[in-house]
Design a protein around this ligand. Structure first.
Ligand SMILES: [Fe+2]
Length: 73
């Protein structure tokens, strides 16, 4: 839909998702090395940042853009 409707921030959005994937892989590797370890603080910070910075802001921007183009959900 980004390509279909010409969303200008498409590449930046994809970059953020790729960064998310890399962070999830890193957290998984930490967990696999030390399942009893203390990654919960890292994980909580990561999830908080993703929720507040990406979902609440970046995703909302493209949602508003697509709605302005007449896309229905
Ligand atoms: Fe997103």
């Amino acid at each position: 839909m980004f390509a279909e409707y010409g969303y200008a921030d498409s590449e930046e959005h994809k970059r953020q998702h790729n960064e998310l994937i890399a962070q999830v892989v890193e957290l998984k590797e930490k967990f696999m090395v030390n399942p009893q370890g203390t990654i919960s603080a890292d994980l909580m910070l990561f999830l908080k940042r993703w929720l507040t910075n990406h979902i609440m802001r970046t995703d909302k921007e493209y949602s508003e853009f697509l709605i302005s183009k007449g896309v229905k959900y």
